[in-house]
Design a protein around this ligand. Structure first.
Ligand code: S0N
Length: 274
């Protein structure tokens, strides 16, 4: 029998759970009556939680999941889809899930999607963007855009194609078929498939394996994987990490110390590499 993780609530929200356990943050969409479809407020809350994940140095790995065991996320809540986006209480139409996608992509910590049940539409794109996906045997994957009058031509198309290949990505979008967990594993869309009752245990096991590794190496790798695909934004991420590492060096410290001490910097004493 799998040991139940004792998650501690980090912050309370209406649409999501945000929890913590031993360096792992868990963000879970809590709208099981809608198969965890997101409305603008859901996304705003997830963005807030992701900000906390970025800033809180105790958090090393992030799990993205959905409550109820029947759905990871079924995409945008179609009942609040209006003219030009999804409409919240302020009556403004938004596609704020695109901001969340960018945060998952650029946060310098591993994000693991833990998928039980449906990962459909914008919900499918969310798992695609995560660094890794662990799926339960009941997971089902697919896009619905052309069926319900939408499409995601950003990461949802181009990054999906990088993962499963151009032909398969076009099939997924053009046909709007659904794929079970073993088909998803075969096409490299998920990293591992486990029985539903083992999903959390397995996901946490993967988190712990990552937590045992060098955080700076994980950070550099994530931005390196992104850099090739994300153009100037990707280069900025990787370069920002290079600057971080440079700041840690005695050579960089000599630069700012010399300024503060009103003297000429002496860079001669630092090693040169071929
Ligand atoms: C997942 C499906 C196939 C499951 O079918 P099943 O098991 O028969 O369950 P249902 O009875 O259909 O569902 C149970 C209850 O949940 C509600 N529900 C399910 N999904 C949604 C949803 N997305 N929005 C609102 N409600 C949902 C059902 O209505 C039902 O409730 P009751 O019992 O009260 O009727 C099936 O549910 C399904 O096909 N769902 C819809 C999937 C879908 O089309 N999602 C939207 C796809 N589009 C996006 O996600 C767009 C995302 C986005 O924001 C975006 C981002 C970037 C660029 C563009 C866009 C864009 O807008 O396109």
């Amino acid at each position: 029998m799998a040991e139940k993780i004792q998650w501690e609530t980090l912050k309370s929200y209406e649409d999501i759970l945000f929890q913590f356990h031993e360096g792992i943050a868990r963000i879970s969409i809590n709208r099981p009556h809608k198969h965890n479809a997101f409305r603008p407020q859901t996304v705003t809350e997830m963005i807030d939680a992701m900000h906390i994940c970025r800033e809180d140095v105790r958090i090393q790995v992030i799990i993205l999941t959905g409550e109820g065991g029947k759905a990871f996320c079924s995409g945008g809540d179609q009942s609040v889809r209006g003219h030009g986006g999804y409409v919240g209480e302020d009556q403004v139409p938004r596609l704020n899930v695109l901001d969340l996608q960018k945060m998952i992509r650029s946060i310098p910590k591993a994000v693991i999607a833990s998928v039980a049940g449906w990962a459909i539409g914008g919900g499918h794109v969310l798992h695609v963007i995560c660094d890794l996906t662990i799926a339960a045997e009941n997971a089902r994957f697919g896009q619905t855009g052309p069926m319900v009058g939408s499409f995601d031509g950003g990461f949802g198309a181009s990054y999906l194609a990088r993962i499963v290949g151009q032909k398969k990505a076009r099939e997924i979008w053009f046909l709007c078929d659904q794929y079970d967990a073993s088909e998803a594993l075969d096409m490299g869309l998920v990293n591992k498939v486990v029985p539903l009752e083992k999903l959390e245990e397995e996901t946490v096991k993967w988190c712990k394996k990552i937590q045992d590794k060098s955080p700076l190496a994980i950070r550099m790798l994530k931005s390196s994987f992104n850099a090739e695909l994300d153009g100037q934004a990707g280069i900025q991420e990787l370069a920002g990490n290079a600057t971080l590492l440079y700041y840690l060096s005695d050579e960089a410290k000599e630069g700012f110390n010399s300024f503060l001490e009103k003297r000429k910097p002496d860079f001669d004493k630092f090693p040169k590499f071929p």
